[in-house]
Design a protein around this ligand. Structure first.
Ligand code: ADP
Ligand code: MG
Length: 258
């Protein structure tokens, strides 16, 4: 079983005047197709930086990132754009819907870059809205929908291009706790059914516990790996690989010397 994402020796160092901030301080991990991964840690631990590297939105200072066999740290901007359009869906905390388009048009949007006809785009968009249980809201504009509904539109838009990988940075950050549970249940359901790979960033340990595997990050390092009990995909990965293919890192005290 080959990983869909491999990260090796990944560093991101920000220089602010004379000070160097190690936002990522030597990350090593593999992610397999079908896993729901949570990158969890307190504010400033490096979660967003990590996600931005994986999505090719920022260049690493050092190290390699291989996604579906391609070294994305070596790609130029044009190649990265093409790569993201092919393989990646994004779910944002603030939904990022286009206010003057209705729900269906928002979901259909990413298909425009693929030269899909309008009729086909709208049909697909409606399918995905129905999958998210908001088919009835197809003609509403974002400001006529609740936060939970808007985020379902956001998820439908991420899924419509049928990406192998979905990135989500604090996707439930603007939702109340009840809606958060609903949206997480929906996301987990889709990941399982469609065998998508979902990488979600969160500061909230409870939200992270929805994932099959949690990577806990402190000061730009993974300090702990937590596997969800009775996770089908983790059992399958274990079975296929014979042994745990990932290192379950011992818990390290926060603030311990680098
Ligand atoms: P998180 O998403 O876990 O809150 P970030 O990845 O945003 O953390 O940030 C990790 C660290 O890197 C923090 O110390 C942050 O201040 C620093 N950092 C992030 N982006 C930049 C940047 N563009 N310039 C300077 N420092 C940054
Ligand atoms: Mg962040």
């Amino acid at each position: 079983m080959e990983p869909i994402i491999s990260v090796r020796d990944l560093y991101k160092i920000f220089k602010i005047g004379d000070t160097e901030v190690y936002a990522l301080n030597g990350l090593n991990f593999d992610i397999y197709q079908g896993e729901f991964i949570a990158i969890v840690g307190t504010s400033g631990s490096g979660k967003s930086t990590c996600l931005n590297m994986l999505a090719g939105l920022e260049k690493p200072s050092k190290g390699s990132i291989t996604i579906t066999g391609e070294s994305i740290e070596k790609m130029n901007e044009k190649q990265l754009v093409a790569f993201r359009r092919m393989h990646v869906g994004f779910i944002f905390q603030s939904y990022n819907l286009i206010p003057f388009l209705n729900a269906m048009e928002n979901v259909a949007m990413p298909l425009m870059f693929r030269g899909v006809s309008k009729e086909e785009r709208n049909k697909k968009a409606l399918e995905y809205l129905e999958l998210m249980n908001i088919g009835k809201e197809a003609n509403r504009s974002p400001n006529q929908m609740s936060g939970g509904q808007q985020q379902r539109v956001g998820i439908a838009r991420a899924l419509v291009i049928d990406p192998e990988i979905i990135f989500a940075d604090e996707p439930t950050g603007n939702l109340d706790s009840h809606t958060t549970e609903e949206v997480l249940a929906l996301m987990r359901n889709i990941v399982e059914k469609q065998r998508k790979t979902l990488i979600m960033v969160t500061h909230d340990p409870h939200i992270a516990s929805w994932a099959d595997r949690q990577l806990r990050v402190v000061d730009g390092r993974i300090v702990e790996t937590v596997i969800r009990k009775e996770s089908k995909i983790e059992e399958e990965i274990l079975r296929e690989n014979g042994a745990p293919p990932y290192t379950v890192v011992e818990k390290q005290q926060e603030g311990e010397a680098r």
